[in-house]
Ligand binder design. Structure first.
Ligand SMILES: *Cc1c(COP(=O)(O)O)cnc(C)c1O
Length: 412
């Protein structure tokens, strides 16, 4: 099969919508356009029924009851509702005072967790941000050590978006819930790819997003536990009282139908898809690591999503690398801030140096990738690194056996 360039290896950023998802959504833009809140006519009833089916499809994927699903605009909103909503509900002191309760999270979470947590810190909550090990993992032991008598909430992501590393969320959930605090997980990268059961996995609140699992953008959900114990939240968006008052606003019916179908497909195809993507990723990763000197796979070797790899190439200049692999759509270890390229805060959290962070690539495979594309990427990256290193005096010195770290550089 011929391949189209650029190839798409950025499935952790977003995924292509599955055509089966689009097909399921289409009628809900036109003939079935009713507002599910309209109680008096067939247009409303038909939409409500479609939303109920989607609720069931999502619940089936994560082992919850349909009543425990609250639709949102995506994971960013689900995280905000979970974190701010739970903190406000379980606060030990009123707004305006300090010492309102303790919250645990981690420094390499997605910004959609870090920023709400920072906001709560400004509003009088105490915050502990855990630092992962060099393998990128947060463990139950780390969380246990951080727990305090006044801990009300812990938010630890299931799988990291830059590394693909998998935290021991079921064990962390047990520690948190045994202590009577609320366990939230940002499972955006996990759900639909790996088996999930919110009951067995000790989760109170879970965020998921359509566009990371072959569904549409702008729709997601928050799972909110209803029994043992019943978790309550303070609504963050107020209005018509939809979603049992947790999230007002007319439901995005086509999006919700698409998310439901995306979940159903993932339920059915997850096992075979995982296996296929793992083989492809292993070949990509091991071929690159074996054929190119001075590479480093970032994050734990095994506790990683099957389809994500994050590799650093020593003695390669980061911007040059991105230019040289422009036929591979992927992410780099640099983030564009207002004026400059900053090394990724996630790689920094693992202790990866700035140079290696800049010269790293996150390659994330997905449902629509092929073996041929993997072959292309391997060849392209090998060639890019070889050419860039031809320009690197440091690489020459490394090859001559000089330890670069011992050199004293002249400063003028
Ligand atoms: C993509 C992503 C988000 C944001 O999700 P949206 O649905 O785009 O708002 C949050 N957390 C993680 C881990 C993500 O990968």
């Amino acid at each position: 099969m011929p391949i189209n360039l650029p190839i798409y290896f950025d499935n952790a950023a977003t995924t292509r919508c599955d055509p089966r998802v689009v097909e399921a959504m289409l009628p809900y833009f036109t003939e079935k356009f009713g507002n599910p809140g309209s109680r008096n006519h067939k247009f409303g009833w038909d939409s409500e029924e479609a939303v109920d089916i989607a609720r069931g499809q999502i619940a089936d994927l994560i082992g919850s009851s349909p009543k425990e699903i609250v639709f949102t605009s995506g994971s960013t909103e689900a995280n905000n509702l979970a974190i701010k909503g739970a903190a406000e509900m379980y606060a030990k002191k009123p707004e305006g005072e300090t010492g309102r309760g303790h919250i645990i999270s981690a420094i390499h979470e997605h910004k959609a967790v870090i920023d709400p947590v920072k906001r709560l810190e400004k509003r009088g909550f105490d915050v502990t941000m855990l630092t992962p090990g060099a393998d990128g993992l947060i463990t139950a032991a780390m969380v246990k050590d951080a727990m305090r008598d006044d801990t009300i909430l812990c938010s630890i992501m299931w799988a990291n978006n830059e590394l693909g590393t998998i935290n021991e969320v079921p064990q962390i959930g047990k520690v948190v819930r045994d202590a009577g605090a609320v366990m939230h997980t940002d499972a955006t990268q996990w759900v639909g790819k790996m088996p999930t059961n919110v009951v067995e996995d000790n989760i109170d609140l879970l965020s998921l997003s359509g566009h990371k699992m072959y569904g549409p953008k702008g729709v997601g959900a928050l799972y909110v536990r209803r029994r043992r114990p019943r978790i309550r939240l303070v609504a963050q968006i107020e209005g018509g009282g939809q979603e049992r008052g947790y999230r007002s606003g007319t439901l995005n019916v086509p999006g919700i139908v698409g998310l439901g179908m995306a979940c159903e497909i993932c339920s059915k195809e997850m096992d075979s898809e995982r296996e296929r993507l793992l083989k492809m990723r292993q070949r990509l990763e091991s071929t690159l690591a074996d054929s190119i000197d001075v590479t480093q796979i970032n994050g734990h070797a095994d506790k990683r999503l099957p389809h994500v790899t994050n590799i650093s190439f020593g003695f390669v200049e980061g911007e040059g690398l991105m230019m040289a692999v422009k036929n591979i759509a992927c992410s780099s270890g640099s983030a564009c801030t207002s004026a400059s390229l900053e090394p990724s805060y996630v790689l920094k959290a693992l202790g990866v140096g700035d140079d290696l962070a800049h010269s790293s690539l996150r390659l994330s495979l997905g449902r629509f990738n092929t073996e041929e594309e993997v072959d292309f990427a391997i060849g392209n990256i090998q060639e890019a690194v070889r050419k860039l290193r031809e320009l690197s005096p440091l690489f020459d010195m490394h090859n001559e056996g000089i330890d670069i770290s011992t050199i004293e550089w002249a400063t003028h």
